[in-house]
Design a binder for this molecule. Structure first.
Ligand code: G3H
Ligand code: 13P
Ligand code: ZN
Length: 318
């Protein structure tokens, strides 16, 4: 059942965070649904602009609609990740997406608000909810001074004005994370102090953490041992997710970790089976490993085991 993120966030706020997982293909779709049902978790499927154009924008829609039939118990939102204006309009018009992200965080404050407001008015008229972003994600790099890196973080003093004027339904905040596998040059440094200030400014309002892959070191080592060259990769300490959830984070975005699972499975498979040229044996291993990875992540987010409680809320509201 496809629902809006708004409904999922109401159930989760202050208690746990919902995993938002990017997908690009069939094997990820299967593993994603299996892993979420195995762990009895509601979830968010994220589709980036790159994922939409990887094959054809209708292909992922077709896969997800089929997955809904194959896994009728699943409860999830379908979300456009890092949309620009045009892709937001396109996804709202499709009637398939229940949520879109307008990412105008690179614009100045007033322009970000104006663009977000246009998307909010358009999306809300069609029952679609909107995530916006304030502040800029970026890793904590050694050469960047504290004041320089602080300047990119979400300014708690601007958060309320941004939400009131833009009308967005959830807010992606910059609290020290960054996209990809190289998040921290030194020790990992999530700015939970800044998050606490944002929550104070926006009590009860759903916050979103991008760039939240953990980049497990065992995974990185296995990839490198199987011929990969990923040196110095580092991610977010997953033991902080529950604290972040108490501080208002209801959505945690994870893409890179899934890519690492894919890379490890395929590198190891072809190293161990150099004679193989059938894509299905590693594909089967990947789907099983990806499902395990999702279920494990949901435990860390606290969303595991919440599926029936969410279903009850949805049924009593309808
Ligand atoms: O935040 C970006 C996501 O990891 C999606 O990445 O644009 O390469 O699909 P992508
Ligand atoms: P990671 O690169 O940490 O997985 O972040 C993904 C993300 O934020 C997608 O929007
Ligand atoms: Zn992101």
């Amino acid at each position: 059942m496809i629902v809006t993120t708004k409904k999922l966030f109401e159930a989760a706020y202050g208690k746990y965070a919902i995993g938002a997982y990017n997908i690009n293909n069939l094997e990820q779709t299967m593993g994603l649904f299996r892993g979420n049902l195995d762990s009895q978790a509601p979830f968010i499927i994220q589709i980036s602009k790159g994922a939409r154009s990887y094959t054809h924008k209708l292909m992922l829609e077709g896969l997800i609609r089929s997955a809904e039939d194959v896994f009728p118990d699943a409860i999830f939102a379908v979300h456009l990740d890092h949309g620009d204006e045009q892709s937001c309009y396109d996804c709202v018009d499709s009637g398939f997406y229940s949520s879109v992200m307008i990412d105008a965080s690179h614009e100045d404050f007033d322009t970000n608000i104006a663009i977000t407001r246009r998307i909010v008015d358009y999306a809300h008229a069609k029952g679609v909810v909107v995530e916006a972003e304030l502040g800029q994600l970026g890793g904590v790099e050694e050469h960047v001074s504290v004041s320089e890196s602080d300047a990119k973080l979400t300014n708690p003093a601007q958060a309320l004005e941004f939400v009131e004027r833009s009308g967005c339904d959830s807010l992606a905040v910059a609290i020290g994370t960054s996209h990809g596998a190289y998040k921290f040059a030194g020790s990992q440094a999530l700015r939970l102090d800044v998050l606490a200030e944002i929550q104070k400014a926006l009590p009860g309002f759903p916050l979103v953490m991008h760039g939240s892959s953990s980049v497990p070191q065992e995974e990185v080592e296995r990839i490198n041992q199987a011929g990969g060259k990923i040196k110095g990769a580092k991610g977010v300490d997953a033991s902080q997710f529950k604290r972040a959830a108490q501080l208002g984070v209801t959505k945690v975005n994870i893409d890179t970790d899934g890519r690492l699972v894919w890379t490890r499975v395929h590198r190891e498979h072809f190293l161990d089976h150099p004679e193989n040229f059938d894509m299905r044996p590693p594909g089967k291993v990947f789907m099983a490993e990806y499902a395990k990875f999702i279920a494990d992540k949901n435990e860390k987010l606290g969303s595991a085991g919440q599926l029936e409680a969410v279903r009850k809320i949805l049924v009593s509201a309808s």
